[in-house]
Design a protein around this ligand. Sequence first.
Ligand code: PLP
Length: 290
Amino acid sequence: MLRFGMLVYVNGKFVPKEEALVSVFDHGYLYGDGIYETLRAYNGKIFLLSKHLARLKLSAEAIGLNLPLTLDKIGDALREALTVNKLREAYMRIQVSRGTGDIGLDPALCPAPSMVIITKPFKDYPEDLYAKGVEVSIVNTRRNHPASLSPSIKSTNFLNNILAKIESLKAGSYEGILLNWEGYVAEGTISNIFHVKKGVLYTPDLKTGILEGVTRDLVMHLARKERIPVKEAQIKPRELADADECFLTNTTVEVLPVTRIDGKDVGAGTPGAITARLMAAYRDEVTKHV
Ligand code: PLP
């Protein structure tokens, strides 16, 4: 029988998604003990692959996890995941967990990490989202303190973000924005945040306790190339509320305008001019690399 379905990479093999399983004794399942990356492929090429691999390595080091393959070989497996699934426009997720072991927190209980690569055809976000912008809400859940679980680790331990997402869904907003332990603006549940005031582009600095987004870095680089002044800073919620423009970034959504914060319009309530320039610059950059 001919089967058509996604093939998932599980510990060295591509298997149909129905057979893509890890043990209930995997410490990723039991304790959220693992790391991951989300990537996007355009026209058959994985965008900013080396940056994602570098961050995967940093996350692995931060939790004392030995990656099962070299970064080059992981890159090969990611490319193979596209080829075997015949995908050119794709969403990709690579996840490495501590692996299968007895109950208990000691990582030494798990002899080998589990590595999984999931790919899906990329479904474009509705153009309306970009044309109109989205609403965000500032949630009560605070971003993890960097001294307890550093947001710079791209960990599969996502409850902090999920609690924020539940609040944002209740508020009817597209994304929840978390403040840090001191009440400064940190980031979204799956995104970094930027705002524009009087022609200057602001984003929370790394000291705030955020994930250093690959897209965030590229957007700051593109802004500097466009001669837009960029400031990484500690940002108060009031400054965000008073912004002229605001937008979110991540690997899949790229640059997404925010036009309402907690029910109040940002600037004129439509995507701003600097946001539009950066959306275009980002898409140009993608076109150059794929
Ligand atoms: N912040 C958080 C908490 C995230 O989960 C993500 C992406 O998933 C981002 C920021 C954006 O990161 P990137 O631009 O590397 O996709």
